[in-house]
Design a binder for this molecule. Sequence first.
Ligand code: GRF
Length: 298
Amino acid sequence: MFQRLKQRWKVNGLQLFLILCVFAITGTTTAYLTRQVTYWLDLTSSSAWFWVLKVVMLVFGYQVLILLFAIPFGQFSFFWNYEKKIWRRMGFGSRVRGFGLKNPKPYRIAVFASGAGSNAQKIIDHFRDHSAITVALIVCNKPGAGVLDIAVREKIPSIIIDKEKFFRGNGYVDELKQESIDFIVLAGFLWKIPVSLLRAWPHKMVNIHPALLPGYGGKGMYGAFVHKAVIEAQDKESGISIHFVDDIYDHGQVIFQARCAIAADDTPETLAQKIHQLEHLYYPRIIEKTILELRNRR
Ligand code: GRF
């Protein structure tokens, strides 16, 4: 059950524990306060006011208290999103997560990937029920790559791109425009991005790198090569970097980094697993945050 909740709310074990604490404390406090107020006002269950007060406390008091208790537990943004969802479901307006706009056109992401696509899958999961952002296209340069199976399973259109056309043609700008793509996410895409594409989506393209940039980046630094180099250098920690894409490999402005410790017996494979966990946890959220900030800046 806890595992299911972690997946559904996209949180780690500690965060789940803190969230459950907030629910428990809020429930107990709401019940206690309701009892105290009805007692203080001399209301009994035979009075209509007793029930009005109960409903008000449960519907409104509870929502306010949960946000207040969320603060000391460091879970305000989780509960704020949770509350917005509840209010939307109850039919109170159609304001969309963070955009502050009524029914905006969904922001369309293209995910570029050439491998197994575990990050692509997490991004798709994250935005599956999102009312403002949608994964609209998978772009892949490797026939047979796992990410293409994901696209089929998830019923997301995909294109397999051709090297010659990508680098010497239009960089697939027209095809992406045809799909009304607003934002590009690289998730294990190894080709350098041509300038035509960068110009068409300026500051609207992010990449994830499995190390702490500016270290261990650049041409040839991908997958196991990165982890091997980090371990050979006897570093004590590694991590992930999410950055805007520019015309140099792994070079654009870093938006976010997360770290993990390297144990003495870590191998490139075990380190890769730790890094993947960080990527899956943070990449979808940082993409969402970056897009929301972009939209709000307009
Ligand atoms: C990730 O480790 C990412 O950092 C790198 O490529 C890998 C892709 O893995 N850019 P997956 O295909 O998402 O599993």
